[in-house]
Design a protein around this ligand. Structure first.
Ligand code: NAD
Ligand code: UDP
Length: 310
């Protein structure tokens, strides 16, 4: 049994990760300030003696002396949430990384950073390989998230080089599944909630921009495999589903699978919205023997059921 710290553990991905780690027999401490996380996401874990919830903001140092592994996920991830208080977002990424790397330094824990495909910005290399440095606007409305996450990767690498901290960096591509908030603002939850309520699906821009959607269970398997690699493997490694869809294709699927009478409503494209995104997962396949198993249609059925019963 390991003692594992999960920051952002009450959020969408974090709550699935905590559940997996508890099921694997570990002791899990979930740190969260509940900005976009919710107690209902972890309600099924709270009576488990191996699960501990700590209301904590990662901008502040966290004192502990007995931790084996840290998964650092704390950070709002949806554009509407990370732009709500942009300064707080960048502080969460940067101060959160420094504080958690401090815990790793003190305890000798291995630490994994949940980085993002956003560090590639509006990519001119397609699909995105880990060696690509990206195309990020440093002064735009997405920069608080993109540059915060880029700085966190730099901090991880520097703590590794300077202090010998055992690190792992994963770059997560668009992930969806149960426990996303209905008002999360990201495209999959927006479309599913709109379709179930027979409200028109909001397509930003022409809808021809693409994303590659990964079901949360595939991501969690990949994350745990990365953490379990030897100390010589630090990444960064892409974790995503390479099947690429336009937002129009996604809308069509959601309408079909929900049987909704909703139509499409076109809205302005937000600034700096990446035109295309698709992971190259050659590295993950080689090192982890991992690739996503759940196709979009199947994953959509799960999230549709979740929101039907919400
Ligand atoms: P989420 O918003 O559901 O989860 C983020 C969690 O972090 C929430 O529980 C929130 O309350 C918590 N949090 C935010 N600021 C905090 C702070 N200052 N102190 C403590 N806790 C704080 O989002 P998610 O989709 O589950 O994303 C989890 C992580 O994965 C994030 O780091 C995100 O950047 C990364 N990621 C997600 C995706 C995706 O598609 N879902 C893609 C790339 C990267
Ligand atoms: N999008 C959309 N309608 C919505 C929400 C998002 O067309 O109701 C678009 C958005 O402009 C982007 C894509 O869907 O091109 C994915 O957006 P999301 O916020 O889910 O993720 P990100 O842009 O961070 O990849």
């Amino acid at each position: 049994m390991k003692n594992i710290l999960v920051t952002g553990g009450a959020g969408f991905i974090g709550s699935h990760l905590c559940t997996r780690l508890i099921n694997d027999g570990h002791h899990v401490i979930c740190l969260d300030n509940l900005f976009t996380g919710a107690k209902r996401n972890i309600a099924h874990l709270e009576s488990n003696p191996n699960f501990e919830f700590v209301l904590h903001d990662v901008e502040l140092p966290y004192e502990t002396d007995n931790i084996d592994e840290i998964y650092n996920l704390a950070c709002p991830a949806s554009p509407i949430h990370y732009q709500y208080d942009a300064i707080k977002t960048i502080k969460t990424s940067v101060m959160g990384a420094i504080n958690m790397l401090g815990v790793a330094k003190k305890t000798g824990a291995k630490i994994l950073q949940a980085s993002t495909s956003e560090i590639y910005g509006d990519p001119v290399v397609h699909p995105q390989v880990e060696s690509y440095w990206g195309n990020v606007n440093p002064v735009g409305i997405r920069s608080c998230y993109d540059e915060g996450k880029r700085c966190a990767e730099t901090l991880f690498m520097d703590y590794h080089r300077q202090n010998g901290i055992r690190i792992k960096i994963i770059r997560i591509f668009n992930t969806y599944g149960p426990r996303m908030l209905p008002n999360d603002g990201r495209v999959v939850s927006n479309f599913v909630v709109q379709a179930l309520q027979n409200r028109d699906l909001t397509i930003y821009g022409s809808g021809q921009q693409t994303r590659s959607f990964q079901y949360v269970d595939d991501l969690i398997e990949g994350m745990v495999r990365v953490m379990n690699t030897g100390d010589d493997f630090i990444g960064p490694v892409n974790l995503g589903n390479p099947s690429e869809f336009s937002m129009l294709e996604l809308a069509e699927k959601v309408i079909k699978l929900t049987g909704s009478s909703a139509k499409l409503q076109f809205k302005p494209l937000p600034h700096d919205d990446p035109k295309q995104r698709k992971p190259d997962i050659t590295l993950a396949k080689e090192v982890l023997g991992w690739e996503p198993r759940i196709p979009l249609d199947e994953g959509l059925k799960h999230i549709i059921n979740y929101f039907r019963n919400y």
